[in-house]
Design a protein around this ligand. Structure first.
Ligand code: C2E
Ligand code: MG
Ligand code: MG
Ligand code: MG
Length: 281
Protein backbone atom coordinates (compact mmCIF):
# COMPACT_ATOMS: atom_id res chain seq x y z
CA UNK A 1 0.00 0.00 0.00
CA UNK A 2 2.85 2.34 0.88
CA UNK A 3 4.40 1.46 -2.47
CA UNK A 4 1.13 2.33 -4.23
CA UNK A 5 0.98 5.66 -2.45
CA UNK A 6 4.63 6.27 -3.32
CA UNK A 7 3.94 5.62 -7.00
CA UNK A 8 0.95 7.93 -6.88
CA UNK A 9 2.92 10.79 -5.44
CA UNK A 10 5.78 10.20 -7.87
CA UNK A 11 3.28 10.42 -10.71
CA UNK A 12 1.86 13.63 -9.32
CA UNK A 13 5.35 15.00 -8.90
CA UNK A 14 6.30 14.13 -12.49
CA UNK A 15 3.11 15.72 -13.78
CA UNK A 16 3.81 18.85 -11.76
CA UNK A 17 7.33 19.06 -13.22
CA UNK A 18 5.96 18.73 -16.73
CA UNK A 19 3.38 21.42 -16.10
CA UNK A 20 6.03 23.74 -14.73
CA UNK A 21 8.27 23.13 -17.74
CA UNK A 22 5.37 23.73 -20.12
CA UNK A 23 4.40 26.98 -18.39
CA UNK A 24 8.03 28.03 -18.51
CA UNK A 25 8.28 27.36 -22.25
CA UNK A 26 5.05 29.21 -22.89
CA UNK A 27 6.24 32.22 -20.89
CA UNK A 28 9.60 32.21 -22.65
CA UNK A 29 7.93 32.29 -26.06
CA UNK A 30 5.48 35.03 -25.10
CA UNK A 31 8.25 37.03 -23.46
CA UNK A 32 10.39 36.99 -26.58
CA UNK A 33 7.41 38.24 -28.55
CA UNK A 34 6.72 40.92 -25.94
CA UNK A 35 10.31 42.18 -26.12
CA UNK A 36 10.12 42.36 -29.92
CA UNK A 37 6.77 44.15 -29.85
CA UNK A 38 7.47 46.40 -26.86
CA UNK A 39 4.59 45.15 -24.73
CA UNK A 40 5.91 46.42 -21.41
CA UNK A 41 5.17 49.45 -19.32
CA UNK A 42 6.86 50.97 -16.31
CA UNK A 43 5.28 51.99 -13.06
CA UNK A 44 6.98 54.41 -10.69
CA UNK A 45 6.99 54.32 -6.93
CA UNK A 46 8.11 57.41 -5.00
CA UNK A 47 11.05 57.40 -2.62
CA UNK A 48 10.20 59.71 0.20
CA UNK A 49 12.45 61.57 2.63
CA UNK A 50 11.74 60.08 6.03
CA UNK A 51 11.81 63.40 7.91
CA UNK A 52 10.35 65.95 5.48
CA UNK A 53 7.93 63.79 3.49
CA UNK A 54 9.39 65.18 0.26
CA UNK A 55 9.63 62.96 -2.79
CA UNK A 56 13.29 62.69 -3.78
CA UNK A 57 13.12 59.99 -6.42
CA UNK A 58 11.25 57.10 -7.97
CA UNK A 59 11.90 53.44 -8.61
CA UNK A 60 10.93 52.17 -12.06
CA UNK A 61 9.17 48.79 -11.93
CA UNK A 62 8.42 46.68 -14.97
CA UNK A 63 4.88 45.63 -15.82
CA UNK A 64 3.85 43.10 -18.43
CA UNK A 65 0.35 42.43 -19.64
CA UNK A 66 0.05 39.57 -22.09
CA UNK A 67 -3.18 39.34 -24.07
CA UNK A 68 -3.41 35.57 -23.52
CA UNK A 69 -1.86 35.13 -20.10
CA UNK A 70 -2.94 38.34 -18.41
CA UNK A 71 -0.76 40.28 -16.00
CA UNK A 72 2.51 38.60 -15.14
CA UNK A 73 4.66 39.92 -12.31
CA UNK A 74 8.35 40.71 -12.68
CA UNK A 75 9.22 38.13 -10.01
CA UNK A 76 7.94 35.56 -12.52
CA UNK A 77 9.30 36.85 -15.81
CA UNK A 78 12.64 38.42 -14.85
CA UNK A 79 14.25 35.02 -14.12
CA UNK A 80 13.04 33.77 -17.52
CA UNK A 81 14.35 36.89 -19.23
CA UNK A 82 17.70 36.25 -17.55
CA UNK A 83 18.05 32.65 -18.66
CA UNK A 84 16.90 33.31 -22.21
CA UNK A 85 19.20 36.24 -22.99
CA UNK A 86 16.35 38.74 -23.08
CA UNK A 87 17.42 40.65 -19.99
CA UNK A 88 19.94 42.83 -21.82
CA UNK A 89 17.50 44.28 -24.38
CA UNK A 90 14.73 44.47 -21.79
CA UNK A 91 17.03 46.19 -19.28
CA UNK A 92 18.07 48.73 -21.90
CA UNK A 93 14.46 49.44 -22.69
CA UNK A 94 13.77 50.10 -19.00
CA UNK A 95 16.73 52.47 -18.75
CA UNK A 96 15.83 54.37 -21.92
CA UNK A 97 12.15 54.64 -21.08
CA UNK A 98 12.58 55.71 -17.46
CA UNK A 99 15.24 58.30 -18.33
CA UNK A 100 13.14 59.72 -21.17
CA UNK A 101 10.18 59.98 -18.80
CA UNK A 102 12.26 61.75 -16.16
CA UNK A 103 12.68 64.73 -18.46
CA UNK A 104 8.95 65.38 -18.37
CA UNK A 105 8.68 65.53 -14.61
CA UNK A 106 8.92 69.07 -13.34
CA UNK A 107 7.60 70.98 -10.39
CA UNK A 108 8.58 74.32 -8.85
CA UNK A 109 11.60 72.60 -7.31
CA UNK A 110 12.79 71.35 -10.69
CA UNK A 111 13.24 67.92 -12.17
CA UNK A 112 12.90 64.77 -10.11
CA UNK A 113 16.35 64.39 -8.52
CA UNK A 114 16.70 60.67 -9.06
CA UNK A 115 15.45 57.64 -10.92
CA UNK A 116 16.20 54.13 -9.63
CA UNK A 117 16.53 51.29 -12.11
CA UNK A 118 16.67 47.62 -11.18
CA UNK A 119 19.43 45.71 -12.91
CA UNK A 120 20.00 42.00 -13.05
CA UNK A 121 23.30 40.47 -11.94
CA UNK A 122 23.85 39.36 -15.52
CA UNK A 123 23.88 42.97 -16.69
CA UNK A 124 26.93 43.57 -14.51
CA UNK A 125 28.92 41.19 -16.68
CA UNK A 126 28.06 42.99 -19.83
CA UNK A 127 29.64 46.11 -21.36
CA UNK A 128 26.26 46.93 -22.87
CA UNK A 129 25.06 48.40 -19.56
CA UNK A 130 27.86 50.97 -19.35
CA UNK A 131 27.40 51.85 -23.02
CA UNK A 132 23.66 52.22 -22.57
CA UNK A 133 24.21 54.51 -19.57
CA UNK A 134 26.66 56.70 -21.49
CA UNK A 135 24.26 56.89 -24.37
CA UNK A 136 21.17 57.71 -22.33
CA UNK A 137 22.94 60.32 -20.18
CA UNK A 138 24.09 62.15 -23.29
CA UNK A 139 20.81 61.73 -25.18
CA UNK A 140 18.58 62.92 -22.32
CA UNK A 141 20.94 65.58 -20.99
CA UNK A 142 21.02 64.02 -17.53
CA UNK A 143 23.61 64.06 -14.77
CA UNK A 144 25.02 60.63 -13.94
CA UNK A 145 24.08 61.34 -10.30
CA UNK A 146 20.39 61.35 -11.26
CA UNK A 147 20.57 57.65 -12.03
CA UNK A 148 20.72 54.96 -9.42
CA UNK A 149 21.04 51.27 -10.18
CA UNK A 150 19.56 48.70 -7.81
CA UNK A 151 21.23 45.32 -7.57
CA UNK A 152 19.99 42.68 -5.18
CA UNK A 153 22.34 41.71 -2.42
CA UNK A 154 22.41 38.11 -3.60
CA UNK A 155 23.19 39.09 -7.22
CA UNK A 156 25.94 41.34 -5.95
CA UNK A 157 27.51 38.56 -3.91
CA UNK A 158 27.26 36.07 -6.77
CA UNK A 159 28.87 38.42 -9.26
CA UNK A 160 31.18 40.00 -6.77
CA UNK A 161 34.52 39.56 -8.48
CA UNK A 162 33.30 39.76 -12.06
CA UNK A 163 30.95 42.69 -11.58
CA UNK A 164 33.17 44.86 -9.43
CA UNK A 165 35.12 46.76 -12.11
CA UNK A 166 31.92 47.88 -13.81
CA UNK A 167 30.37 49.02 -10.52
CA UNK A 168 33.55 50.84 -9.62
CA UNK A 169 33.53 52.59 -12.98
CA UNK A 170 29.87 53.59 -12.61
CA UNK A 171 30.37 54.93 -9.09
CA UNK A 172 33.28 57.03 -10.34
CA UNK A 173 30.98 58.52 -12.98
CA UNK A 174 28.57 59.43 -10.18
CA UNK A 175 25.92 56.79 -10.84
CA UNK A 176 24.34 55.64 -7.57
CA UNK A 177 24.50 51.96 -6.64
CA UNK A 178 21.92 50.60 -4.21
CA UNK A 179 21.96 47.13 -2.67
CA UNK A 180 18.39 45.88 -3.06
CA UNK A 181 16.65 43.41 -0.74
CA UNK A 182 19.42 44.01 1.77
CA UNK A 183 19.46 41.55 4.65
CA UNK A 184 18.43 38.54 2.58
CA UNK A 185 21.64 37.87 0.69
CA UNK A 186 24.03 36.84 3.46
CA UNK A 187 26.78 39.28 2.60
CA UNK A 188 29.28 39.96 5.30
CA UNK A 189 29.68 43.43 6.69
CA UNK A 190 33.34 43.31 5.81
CA UNK A 191 32.44 42.81 2.16
CA UNK A 192 29.89 45.60 1.97
CA UNK A 193 32.53 47.94 3.29
CA UNK A 194 34.67 47.34 0.22
CA UNK A 195 31.86 47.43 -2.30
CA UNK A 196 31.35 50.49 -4.52
CA UNK A 197 27.82 51.10 -3.23
CA UNK A 198 26.19 54.10 -1.59
CA UNK A 199 22.69 52.96 -0.62
CA UNK A 200 21.24 49.99 1.26
CA UNK A 201 17.59 49.07 0.75
CA UNK A 202 16.30 47.06 3.70
CA UNK A 203 14.19 44.19 2.42
CA UNK A 204 10.44 44.41 2.93
CA UNK A 205 10.34 41.20 4.95
CA UNK A 206 12.20 42.83 7.85
CA UNK A 207 9.99 45.92 7.84
CA UNK A 208 6.87 43.79 7.79
CA UNK A 209 7.86 41.96 10.96
CA UNK A 210 9.45 44.79 12.97
CA UNK A 211 6.81 44.56 15.68
CA UNK A 212 6.21 40.82 15.62
CA UNK A 213 9.72 39.44 15.36
CA UNK A 214 12.31 40.87 17.73
CA UNK A 215 15.13 39.49 15.55
CA UNK A 216 13.86 41.51 12.60
CA UNK A 217 13.69 44.64 14.71
CA UNK A 218 17.27 44.05 15.86
CA UNK A 219 18.41 43.49 12.26
CA UNK A 220 16.83 46.76 11.11
CA UNK A 221 18.53 48.64 13.93
CA UNK A 222 21.85 46.95 13.16
CA UNK A 223 21.60 47.80 9.44
CA UNK A 224 20.93 51.45 10.28
CA UNK A 225 23.94 51.55 12.60
CA UNK A 226 26.17 49.84 10.03
CA UNK A 227 25.05 52.23 7.31
CA UNK A 228 25.79 55.26 9.44
CA UNK A 229 29.26 53.90 10.17
CA UNK A 230 29.96 53.27 6.48
CA UNK A 231 28.26 56.51 5.39
CA UNK A 232 25.65 54.77 3.31
CA UNK A 233 22.07 55.98 2.91
CA UNK A 234 19.27 53.61 3.88
CA UNK A 235 15.91 53.07 2.21
CA UNK A 236 13.23 51.05 4.01
CA UNK A 237 11.16 49.05 1.49
CA UNK A 238 7.55 48.02 1.88
CA UNK A 239 6.52 50.46 4.61
CA UNK A 240 2.77 50.15 5.02
CA UNK A 241 1.78 51.44 8.46
CA UNK A 242 2.10 54.61 10.53
CA UNK A 243 3.66 52.56 13.28
CA UNK A 244 6.43 51.29 10.98
CA UNK A 245 7.02 54.78 9.63
CA UNK A 246 7.31 56.29 13.09
CA UNK A 247 9.72 53.59 14.21
CA UNK A 248 11.94 54.19 11.15
CA UNK A 249 11.88 57.96 11.63
CA UNK A 250 13.00 57.58 15.21
CA UNK A 251 15.64 55.02 14.28
CA UNK A 252 17.19 57.47 11.80
CA UNK A 253 16.27 55.87 8.47
CA UNK A 254 16.84 58.20 5.50
CA UNK A 255 14.23 57.22 2.93
CA UNK A 256 10.93 55.40 2.81
CA UNK A 257 9.30 53.47 0.01
CA UNK A 258 5.99 51.72 0.42
CA UNK A 259 2.25 51.64 0.14
CA UNK A 260 1.93 54.05 3.08
CA UNK A 261 2.83 56.81 0.61
CA UNK A 262 2.02 55.26 -2.73
CA UNK A 263 1.87 52.09 -4.76
CA UNK A 264 3.88 52.07 -7.98
CA UNK A 265 2.00 54.36 -10.38
CA UNK A 266 1.63 54.65 -14.14
CA UNK A 267 3.83 57.45 -15.54
CA UNK A 268 1.05 60.00 -15.91
CA UNK A 269 -0.07 59.53 -12.31
CA UNK A 270 3.45 59.72 -11.00
CA UNK A 271 3.91 62.92 -12.93
CA UNK A 272 0.95 64.47 -11.08
CA UNK A 273 2.29 63.28 -7.75
CA UNK A 274 5.70 64.81 -8.43
CA UNK A 275 4.04 68.07 -9.46
CA UNK A 276 2.81 68.26 -5.84
CA UNK A 277 6.24 67.26 -4.55
CA UNK A 278 5.10 65.69 -1.30
CA UNK A 279 3.54 62.32 -0.72
CA UNK A 280 0.41 62.30 1.43
CA UNK A 281 -0.57 59.35 3.51
P1 C2E B 1 12.24 45.22 -5.80
O1 C2E B 1 13.20 45.92 -6.65
O2 C2E B 1 12.64 44.88 -4.41
O3 C2E B 1 10.92 46.13 -5.80
C1 C2E B 1 10.07 46.32 -4.73
C2 C2E B 1 8.81 45.48 -4.87
O4 C2E B 1 8.00 45.66 -3.69
C3 C2E B 1 7.92 45.86 -6.03
O5 C2E B 1 7.29 44.68 -6.50
C4 C2E B 1 6.90 46.80 -5.37
O6 C2E B 1 5.69 46.89 -6.09
C5 C2E B 1 6.72 46.12 -4.06
N1 C2E B 1 6.28 47.03 -2.99
C6 C2E B 1 6.62 48.32 -2.81
N2 C2E B 1 6.08 48.83 -1.69
C7 C2E B 1 5.36 47.83 -1.13
C8 C2E B 1 4.54 47.74 0.07
O7 C2E B 1 4.40 48.68 0.85
N3 C2E B 1 3.98 46.52 0.32
C9 C2E B 1 4.14 45.46 -0.51
N4 C2E B 1 3.52 44.31 -0.18
N5 C2E B 1 4.89 45.51 -1.64
C10 C2E B 1 5.49 46.69 -1.94
P2 C2E B 1 7.21 44.33 -8.06
O8 C2E B 1 6.93 45.58 -8.83
O9 C2E B 1 6.28 43.18 -8.20
O10 C2E B 1 8.68 43.89 -8.42
C11 C2E B 1 9.22 42.70 -7.91
C12 C2E B 1 10.69 42.58 -8.23
O11 C2E B 1 10.91 42.40 -9.64
C13 C2E B 1 11.52 43.82 -7.88
O12 C2E B 1 11.78 43.84 -6.48
C14 C2E B 1 12.74 43.62 -8.74
O13 C2E B 1 13.65 42.73 -8.11
C15 C2E B 1 12.17 42.94 -9.98
N6 C2E B 1 12.03 43.96 -11.04
C16 C2E B 1 11.04 44.85 -11.26
N7 C2E B 1 11.31 45.63 -12.33
C17 C2E B 1 12.53 45.23 -12.80
C18 C2E B 1 13.38 45.65 -13.89
O14 C2E B 1 13.12 46.61 -14.63
N8 C2E B 1 14.56 44.96 -14.06
C19 C2E B 1 14.93 43.94 -13.22
N9 C2E B 1 16.12 43.30 -13.44
N10 C2E B 1 14.16 43.53 -12.18
C20 C2E B 1 12.99 44.17 -11.98
MG1 MG C 1 14.41 47.45 -6.49
MG1 MG D 1 13.74 45.14 -2.91
MG1 MG E 1 12.56 42.15 -4.40
Amino acid sequence: EAKQAGRGSLRRYTRKLKETAARHNLLRGRLRRAVDHGEFTLHYQPLVDCQSGRIIGAEALLRWFDTELGTIGPDQFIPIAEESGLIAPLGEWVLDTACAELRHWHNPLGTLPRISINVSGLQLLDHRLANALDRVIAAQGLQATQIELEITESALMEREAAGLPLLQHLRELGVGIAVDDFGTGYSSLAKIKHMPVNVLKIDRSFIQDIFTDSDDKAIVIAILALAKQLQLKVVAEGVETEQQLQFLQEAGCDLIQGYIFSKPLPAKDFRKLWAKGVADR
